[in-house]
Design a protein around this ligand. Structure first.
Ligand code: SF4
Length: 295
């Protein structure tokens, strides 16, 4: 079934509605962005996304529960439910992103963080879980997105955007805090709403088959200064301008070819390499083969 691609930027009455993933993709390669946005049936997600979403659901349930009642079982039940409801099925076993490895991670998470002092932040709109926002950045740009989790430290009262990331390696994970446009955008959006977040916490979780290893975790904190937020605003405005100009001129240029081979290679490589008159047929073929794109 064709669904509107969640990252699809759109122009409504002269105002671009755009989110972080779209901006990121536009900067990666405008051609790739065009193929992705204009062929939503090609986007079917990926197993990594389905696994990460199930872990997010487990975390929501965990931090919604008062600390003494938290358990790994609660998380595993939420993980299983999310995995069962996902259109992309996870294998039970034998792969890094399987139901079994998810359970191993969640058991270890409870052992490691069972006594941590975070709880879900709640305001007049209820618990801060999977909350969408849409905020004007300029008269012609509205930035939208969804923040999965805002947690409150029960001792200090400080608020944090929490982002749980599953990754095959924690090496270099701490470097992900900055620059990190997603985090900066979330902090900006929360502060615009009057929610005084201190910083973001990136929670890294190493995912493997766990045949000869045990789960590993890493928590890193990401602060943002006013200057960093200003530079992020420049990034949003510039990149949206690039996309707007590409749409006006109907020219979606290829970017540096390094992006064609990164992370196992761009899935549109064969399309880009083919003569122009064959490309729409190739895109249709990709749509019919349930292609996944890398995240
Ligand atoms: S193959 Fe390269 S040029 Fe073509 S869409 Fe992908 S990243 Fe862009």
């Amino acid at each position: 079934m064709t669904e509107v691609f969640k990252r699809h930027p759109r122009n409504e009455n002269g105002v671009w509605q755009i989110n972080n993933s779209s901006l990121d993709l536009i900067q990666t390669c405008q051609r790739k962005a065009q193929y992705t946005f204009q062929n939503p049936e090609i986007e079917t997600g990926s197993r990594a996304t389905a696994f990460g979403s199930a872990i997010h659901k487990a975390m929501e349930v965990y931090y919604m529960t008062p600390r003494p009642a938290r358990s790994a079982e609660l998380m595993k039940a939420a993980f299983d439910k999310a995995a069962a409801e996902s259109s992309i099925k996870l294998p039970q076993d034998g792969e890094a992103r399987s139901v079994k490895s998810g359970h191993i991670i969640l058991d270890a998470y409870h052992q490691t963080y069972g006594d941590d002092s975070f709880e879900i932040y709640a305001d007049k709109d209820g618990p801060f879980v999977e909350r969408s926002f849409s905020m004007p950045i300029s008269p012609t740009i509205t930035f939208y997105g969804q923040i999965d989790l805002v947690l409150r430290n029960t001792f200090s009262g400080n608020l944090y955007v929490f982002d749980h990331k599953t990754t095959s390696s924690l090496s270099g994970f701490a470097d992900r805090v900055s620059p990190n446009h997603q985090i900066t955008g979330y902090i900006w959006a929360l502060r615009q709403q009057g929610i005084d977040v201190r910083s973001a916490i990136l929670q890294g979780m190493k995912v493997t088959k766990f045949a000869r290893s045990v789960p590993e975790f890493m928590r890193v904190e990401a602060w943002r200064t006013d200057e960093q937020i200003e530079e992020w605003l420049e990034w949003v405005q510039f990149t949206t301008g690039v996309w707007s100009a590409a749409n006006e001129s109907k020219v979606f240029p290829m970017n540096g070819s390094k992006n064609c081979t990164l992370y196992g290679g761009c899935k549109f490589k064969d399309v880009c390499t083919a003569p122009r008159h064959m490309r729409s047929d190739l895109l249709a073929m990709l749509a019919n083969t349930g292609m996944e794109i890398e995240e």
